[in-house]
Structure formats: C-alpha cells, structure tokens
Design a binder for this molecule. Sequence first.
Ligand code: CDP
Length: 232
Amino acid sequence: MKQTDDHINVAIDGPAGAGKSTVAKLVAERLGYIYIDTGAMYRVVAYKALASGISPDDTAEAVRTAESIRIELRPGMQRQQVWADGKDVTDVIRSASVTSNVSAFAANPGVREILARKQQEMARKKGVVMDGRDIGTHVLPDAEVKVYLTATVEKRAERRFNELPDGTMSMEELREDIARRDDMDRNREHSPLVQAEDAIRIDSTYMTIEEVTESILDICSNVMNQGVEQNE
Ligand code: CDP
C-alpha cells in the first residue's frame, strides 16, 4: 500500500500542438513515472478503422474496432512507441489521413468509453503522467495534479510544422487542421476539451519546453510536499 500512497497522478490536457506530449514525457522521466499518450490511443483506433474501410460515420463498427484492438504503449528513446495487435504503428498513426479523421472517431461516445476505461486501468496504481483532452475532467477526475496547457493557434501550427518531416503539410494546412480539430474536440457532446475547474492553466506561447516542464514539476512537488505534511 505504501508504494502507491507515495505516488500521484498527473493529468495534462489541452489543444493540439500545445506541447503536451513532449512536456508530459519529460515530466514522467524526471519523476520516474509512466507516460501515457492517450491521443495515440485514439489515433490507433482511427488508423485501424480506416485500414478496414470503416468511416467515422459507421459508429457501431468503430466501437467494435476499439473493443477488439490490443494497444500497447512502450517507452522509446525519442518518443513513446505505439503497438497495435502486435505491430509497431508508431509512425503510421501520425499520417495526414489519420490526423484529419481522428477527431471524428474520437467524438464517438462508445469509442471514448472503451478507451477511457483502458486509461483508468493504466492509472489505477498511480505514478502516471497522462496527456489528452479529457483526462482531468473525465478519465482521472481525482488526479492530484491537473494542468491545462495551451498556446495561440499560430504558435501551435509553427511547432507542428517544425516537428513534421519536410513537405508533409504546409504551415497553412496545419493551422487549418489544428483549428478544425480544436473546434470538433471542444464542441463534441461527450467529454469535450475544456479546462477542468481545478486545473492550473499554463500558456506556453512564450515559454520553452524546459520552462513548462519545470513549472509542472514545481506544481507536482508542492502537491507531494503537502501530502507529506498532512501525513505527519
Ligand atoms: O498530438 P496532437 O495534439 O495532434 O493530437 P493527439 O494528442 O495525438 O490526439 C489526436 C486526437 O485524438 C485529438 O485531436 C482528439 O480528437 C482525440 N483525443 C481525444 O479526444 N481525447 C483524448 N484524451 C486524447 C485525444
């Protein structure tokens, strides 16, 4: 029991390109925690469904895909490796077709329920840093630390542009894709993207990755120290 008592869960939510995955991975490394990229899980469902000719409008088939798929997140050197049914799908889930369809699959309440349950199971023993859209509001409402990480849409498009291999998408295409996904994620009925009431908002527009990481680590150590004081 003692071991899990010492650990906390950290939820990092926010719109596309705010830097969540980079920062969440670094925070997890520094704390010795497990990093869980929930966006990758939605991308796997979208990838598998599209590969089987299932469109986001085929809601029942999309749910069946989410139900049947075995998703594994494995630590990697640069970024987390994503495996689906025993195959490495780390790169293919970042393709333009998956990116432009993923929010439509993620609006499906049945798909969300299945993935949220898997995510809750992964966080049960605590000691996870989980990034997504609905972690602090819906998946882990009791997370000890909740951060809402945001930045202007221009800055987010610029960051994505610098991350992607040359020629994948233009800056303007990225800006449009991000704005469209933000809009769908914010306006869907089931667990939309919204800042949790008890989340700390960080605007990363003018901050470096190191600065954002340090701010989140500070929040975590404050919460952990409070926990220690309360136990004394
Ligand atoms: O990395 P990027 O910000 O482009 O997106 P992602 O984190 O890979 O997530 C891809 C999509 O999955 C988002 O645009 C959302 O539509 C959906 N998603 C979600 O609905 N809920 C989550 N917890 C995580 C992702």
